[in-house]
Design a binder for this molecule. Structure first.
Ligand code: OGA
Ligand code: MN
Length: 303
């Protein structure tokens, strides 16, 4: 099957023409979607009436093993009884909108920080797939930033200075920034993970790998590391690199966490119901560098 893809932003994001992902099972079409992901980093599919089971099945068919330890799953129990299906909603087990001080609501607020899913564990998330079930009548958008375009836009000296740097990612850090406190035992449990600051992506392009969880640069003094990370996040989320997704019910958006950051935008979440479900795959082999593209290949030029 040949998919038609229309680019929605000068750098990235493709909207895929009519297709029912529940019925897509053949390897050739799944690989076509992967090729689309390599090129656009975010793909938007409209009118995908997934049930929870169908969404879980598609995610595994498409990209293998699912991640069960992404953001809120680390902190609060999941109402679907399956940690691989993340409850991205402001609704509780009783079906009611969460009260302002509800623990899950407070944890979910951290999605408003620019991040990549599960960068605080190893393996982190590769593809995240968000299915929109109930969407409020007011804007409650998700923004995506292209980390490849951001990398390409750095000058050569800056790019060279980032070579080989390793970053520590911790969910305790991103939550502490928002004023949450953790006991010593919780911190021990949430030790975090170390990932390279620059990644080579399939096809050879390179991207910054950043997130709100990025807490320090390994081997650097804390203030200098944190300042560099802040500078890079500021650079990478300039309007030129950002696409804002305005949700419709039935939308299914897949993003590559290796090549993008994303964040939720605020809305009146104690008045309006918003329910999405997320599946995320583990960033394990088959991964990154295809045959013949050595790590450290020269960056492609910005478009
Ligand atoms: C996510 C996420 C943002 C949003 O599902 O990983 O960050 O707008 N969602 O709900
Ligand atoms: Mn997220």
């Amino acid at each position: 099957m040949t998919l038609s893809i229309r680019q929605l932003h000068p750098h990235f994001v493709g909207e895929v023409g009519p297709v029912d992902l529940r019925a897509v099972r053949d390897r050739a079409t799944l690989e076509e979607i992967r090729a689309g992901m390599d090129r656009y980093a975010v793909l938007v599919f409209r009118d995908q009436p997934f049930t929870n089971e169908e969404q879980l099945d598609f995610a595994q068919r498409f990209d293998g093993q699912l991640h069960a330890r992404t953001s809120t799953a680390v902190l609060v129990k999941n109402r679907f009884g399956n940690e691989a299906l993340s409850d991205i909603s402001n609704v509780g087990a009783d079906g009611q909108i969460l009260s302002p001080d509800d623990r899950r609501r407070m944890g979910g607020l951290a999605n408003r920080l620019w991040h990549t899913d599960a960068s605080f564990v190893d393996p982190p998330g590769r593809y995240s797939m968000l299915s929109a079930r109930v969407i409020p009548p007011v804007a409650a958008d998700t923004e995506f930033a292209d980390m490849r375009a951001a990398y390409d836009a750095l000058d050569a000296a800056t790019r060279a200075s980032l070579e080989g740097l390793m970053v520590h990612h911790s969910i305790a850090y991103s939550r502490e920034v928002l004023g949450f406190e953790f006991s010593a035992a919780e911190k021990e449990q949430l030790k975090g993970a170390v990932h390279p600051l620059v990644r080579t992506l399939p096809g050879g392009r390179r991207g910054l790998y950043l997130a709100s969880h990025a807490s320090s640069i390994v081997g650097w003094r804390l203030p200098e590391g944190r300042l560099l990370l802040r500078d890079l996040i500021e650079h990478a989320t300039r309007p030129a690199f950002v696409y804002s997704h305005h949700w419709q019910p039935g939308d299914f958006v897949i993003w590559d966490n290796r090549a993008t950051m994303h964040r939720a935008r605020p809305f009146d979440d104690t008045t309006y119901r918003r329910e999405l479900r997320r599946t995320t795959t583990l960033d394990i082999a088959p991964d990154s560098v295809p045959d013949g593209v050595p790590d450290g290949a020269p960056a492609a030029q910005a478009v």
